[in-house]
Design a protein around this ligand. Structure first.
Ligand SMILES: [Zn+2]
Length: 671
């Protein structure tokens, strides 16, 4: 109790002491950060692509998901009510369902930071009250084991730590946005239990933790409360992993060991991303949070290696991660939903769980903060526009768990698969991805800008207004107008700022060679290299206008020659958006497997406001031939081609017109 009171006192102290401490990741006092987050709600999408997605998030995605999770289909709130003893029934859903409910609450809180809604806040308070009543006296909270009478912390596959992590994160965000402590106190009580159990490092719990979101959550709890025990505990979970003998842990059962859970090699020695992709990326993201506080070189060296390995040897062109549902690691451990060998990138059987893709952007966002290099924001953007958004339908009500790059009719027996599906589904029993995506859309505006000691960085483009404080406490207001990603021109107006020199960094995306920058309608001589931040340092005046012009020509993207699955194939991209070809846009009876792409195709981009939520399509020439499909191999003479025009659509917008065939990569005919 004494410690609890101390923590609460710290809370009231910190809220007075630190400015800008209400970011998604509160690195305001972290010593090893170059780019700090802006407070949640300081940036708001105003018009254009992300404003429309945010609006849909608020009007459809979040309330629709709330109906599911609070009702009998999702049963998430019911689980808490049953655990609290206010409702009769059985636990339904997977054991990590609580964590997915916390993610949805977190999404509600982000909405509230932008559009304050008393009813929504009251609703959240009611849910927090039920969650609190489900919590046991010692702080334990995990409805699956509580309802089913399973011994606590007896098997890491029950995902107790995953639920804890999402609880801490959601509670910290809730506290930052609302100033309330009701949710946070539940998190603190639970984290104190973890500290009592795990800080002594008992052997039987030495390999505990499966999907380790608790590392991120504990670090955030440390940042919120300033209670260093939580940071110490977070680091213990890093130190434990890979440093324990296999016989030490009765909580480890089944096939969840070795590379599958990143414990074959201790993190600081690891050279390759292995195992379950979501587990890996949450683990790396948590380690990055710890580095931001400790500055330990061995940790950041490992994270540098792993980020490079992920992005340059295992990532899809859509930013997606996890090449397979089932397979083995390069060190011959069985793995699922995760990484294969380097450059082994199947299209049709790619797993690419929506969560893994989002985790990729979460890890990159943390590395962006640590390093300040725009390449991390490039990955965030690649994920957001492609393999994140593909997880939800254009109307915001149907979901993909898996995000392959090719779909062929009749090629797989989806009836036997629990997470892959040929089209988006209205509900997934494993519901981790949908609330993860919805909270990401809800918070995306807070990723758009970062703060450095020398100024401000523009990470993401989209119509928005920013009203925040710089690191020195001086207020700044910006207004960004753009039709990005459909058009490449961006106009940023300075509405107010301090009367001293500071820098504005503008991310020039890796694909945007030839970008031009003007200041107050005149060209300026600064480095605007693709794949870097262009930095303008000056004394700014209200009314100053920065204009960027990023070329939006259609690009054909080729994979590394070691990716055998895309040899002699190309993907079509325009700006940050990767396109695909879908069967509704092909001539009748044409299989996606019969389509080739002439390299000199004449492209016609066209914005279609009433098609698939408002997208720019790209129409181009394709060459079609009817390839025999009866035999494994067959001799071939000179192919007979038929030239057609076909429309490519953004990959994220596929599967909104019924079941279809689809491909991102298309064989190319070089001309
Ligand atoms: Zn998921």
């Amino acid at each position: 109790m004494v410690r609890f009171i101390t923590t609460l006192i710290c809370l009231s102290f910190t809220s007075v002491t630190f400015a800008q401490d209400k970011a998604i990741i509160d690195s305001s006092a972290s010593p090893h950060i170059q780019l700090h987050g802006i407070d949640i709600g300081d940036c708001q999408w105003t018009d254009g692509f992300w404003a429309e997605k945010f609006q849909l998030c608020e009007s459809v995605m979040v309330p629709h998901m709330g109906d599911i999770l609070k009702g009998d289909v999702g049963h998430a709130l019911n689980n808490f009510k049953i655990a609290a003893g206010v409702m009769e029934g059985e636990h339904q859903g997977f054991s990590w369902h609580d964590g997915d409910f916390y993610k949805w609450i977190e999404a509600c809180v982000y909405l509230d930071a932008v559009n304050h809604d008393e009813n929504r806040l009251d609703d959240i308070d009611e849910m927090i009250d039920i969650i609190g009543r489900a919590q046991e006296n010692d702080g334990y909270l995990h409805t699956a084991t509580q309802i089913e009478g399973i011994p606590h912390f007896s098997n890491r596959r029950f995902h107790e730590m995953y639920n804890c992590g999402h609880l801490y994160t959601a509670a910290c965000v809730h506290h930052r946005v609302t100033g309330k402590t009701n949710f946070l106190n539940i998190a603190i009580k639970n984290a104190d239990l973890l500290y009592r159990l795990f800080q002594p490092r008992p052997k039987q719990l030495s390999r505990f933790g499966f999907n380790q979101t608790q590392i991120m959550g504990l670090t955030e709890l440390y940042r919120t409360t300033k209670d260093k025990r939580y940071l110490d505990l977070a680091e213990i979970f890093i130190n434990n992993r890979g440093n324990q003998r296999s016989g030490d842990a009765p909580s480890v059962t089944g096939e969840s060991f070795g590379d599958m859970v990143q414990e074959r090699v201790p993190l600081r020695n690891e050279t390759e991303a292995v195992g379950h992709a979501v587990l890996a990326l949450y683990f790396y993201a948590g380690a990055a949070d710890i580095y931001a506080e400790t500055g330990e070189k061995a940790l950041i060296d490992a994270l540098d290696r792993l980020w490079e390995n992920v992005v340059n040897k295992k990532m899809y062109v859509t930013g997606a991660l996890g090449q397979t549902h089932y397979g083995v690691s390069s060190r011959h451990d069985k793995i699922s939903e995760g990484f294969l060998n380097e450059y082994m990138m199947p299209n049709m059987t790619a797993y690419n769980e929506t969560c893994a893709n989002i985790c990729n952007s979460m890890f990159s966002y943390r590395m962006l903060g640590i390093k300040g290099d725009s390449k991390y924001a490039d990955v965030m953007e690649r994920v957001l526009f492609n393999s994140a958004l593909s997880g939800i339908s254009v109307d915001g009500t149907h979901y993909f768990y898996s995000n392959p790059l090719r779909m062929i009719n009749g090629s797989r027996n989806y009836a036997k698969m629990n997470t892959e599906s040929p089209k988006r589904l209205p509900y997934l029993k494993c519901f981790c991805c949908p609330p993860n995506l919805v909270r990401t859309i809800a918070k995306s505006s807070a990723w758009a800008y970062s703060l450095s000691d020398t100024g401000i960085a523009v990470n993401l483009y989209g119509g928005n207004k920013l009203s925040t404080q710089m690191r020195d406490g001086s207020p700044i207001r910006l207004n960004q107008k753009t039709n990005y990603p459909w058009e490449g021109s961006v106009k940023i107006s300075i509405e107010s700022c301090k009367n001293e020199p500071f820098e504005i960094r503008l991310r020039i995306p890796e694909w945007a060679a030839g970008t031009e920058i003007r200041l107050n309608a005149e060209s300026i001589n600064i480095n605007a290299h693709a794949g870097s931040y262009a930095t303008i340092r000056r004394t700014w005046n209200p009314g100053d206008v920065i204009e960027l012009d990023m070329p939006m020509n259609v690009q054909l993207i080729e994979g590394h020659p070691r990716i055998e699955e895309v040899r002699n194939q190309v993907a079509v991209a325009r700006g940050p958006v990767v396109y695909c070809l879908e069967s509704p846009d092909l001539p009748n009876e044409t299989s996606i497997l019969d389509v080739y792409l002439p390299s000199d195709s004449q492209w016609t981009p066209q914005f279609q406001p009433n098609f698939l939520g408002g997208i720019t399509t790209i129409t181009g020439d394709i060459a079609v031939r009817n390839i025999p499909k009866q035999h494994m191999y067959h001799p071939i003479g000179k192919p007979q081609w038929k030239t057609e025009r076909a429309q490519f659509i953004p990959y994220f917008a596929w599967s909104n017109r019924g079941e279809s065939e689809m491909t991102v990569f298309v064989p190319v005919i070089w001309k």
